[in-house]
Design a protein. Structure first.
Length: 243
């Protein structure tokens, strides 16, 4: 078996427990997937690929050059989703100027005046290579899971989705929270490994390990790409209204 991103972080005991308890079985794909791009915004990616310590000078939430590497892996999946008329969802994480919609996050994750999290600014836009189109579903959220306090579930029901392909950031935060909730609602959850990113290397690796153990299939992008390529074009969904 090829080396996984989390291998260097596991102890020998961890490996023994994993093998003996039978964690990490494949959940598999369904037949009606949706692609989900979570918070792939400039304030998480930076305006260009650069070292995280340099990027933090502009965006406190910067995740380093790994963010743009992940974007490159999301792009072909997005193209395939559009070709197959598969629903594409985006989360957009932004705040009003007084930050009251952050609730208790202020003081824990926010540090004073957060000018790079404000709605309607360049910082909180999805990066250009993944820019949403008219037919896509854009969901504003204020908490880690996209299911919390949004109409996400209603859209999934309307589109009759059975599989969520999760991409974006952060692995230990919003992606993880959404993955666990999706699993809890009995969706098949797939995370293309190269499309997820986090500012902390250890958090990224261990959360992918834990998600793969219990809640999701963390697999190479190439496998997800092959799955999407083999699907028929969905013809039962609404098409964008003519402009």
């Amino acid at each position: 078996m090829s080396k996984r991103i989390w291998d260097d972080f596991l102890t020998e005991r961890d490996n023994q427990v994993y093998a003996q308890a039978g964690y990490g079985k494949r959940g598999g794909f369904g037949t009606r997937p949706a692609l989900f791009i979570i918070d792939v915004q400039y304030n998480f990616c930076g305006d260009k690929p650069e070292d995280i310590l340099e990027g933090l000078k502009q965006y406190r939430t910067h995740c380093g050059a790994e963010a743009w590497a992940a974007v490159e892996h999301i792009v072909p999946l997005l193209h395939l989703a559009r070709e197959k008329n598969i629903p594409v969802f985006y989360t957009e994480s932004a705040r009003r100027p007084d930050l009251i919609d952050s609730g208790v996050q202020v003081g824990k994750n926010h540090r004073g005046s957060e000018r790079t999290v404000l709605e309607g600014t360049h910082a909180t836009q999805t990066v250009e290579p993944l820019a949403p189109r008219e037919q896509d579903i854009r969901i504003g959220k204020r908490k880690p899971s996209c299911f919390f306090g949004t109409i996400f579930m209603s859209h999934l029901n309307f589109f009759d989705i059975d599989t969520l392909i999760l991409t974006g950031c952060t692995t230990s935060g919003c992606l993880r929270a959404t993955a666990v909730d999706a699993y809890s609602f009995n969706f098949k959850v797939v995370i293309p490994e190269e499309t997820a990113f986090d500012r902390f290397q250890a958090s990224h690796a261990i959360n992918l390990f834990d998600l793969n153990c219990k809640y999701a299939d963390v697999i190479p992008r190439s496998e997800v790409e092959a799955y999407l390529a083999g699907l028929p074009v969905r013809t039962d969904l609404p098409t964008p209204a003519a402009s």
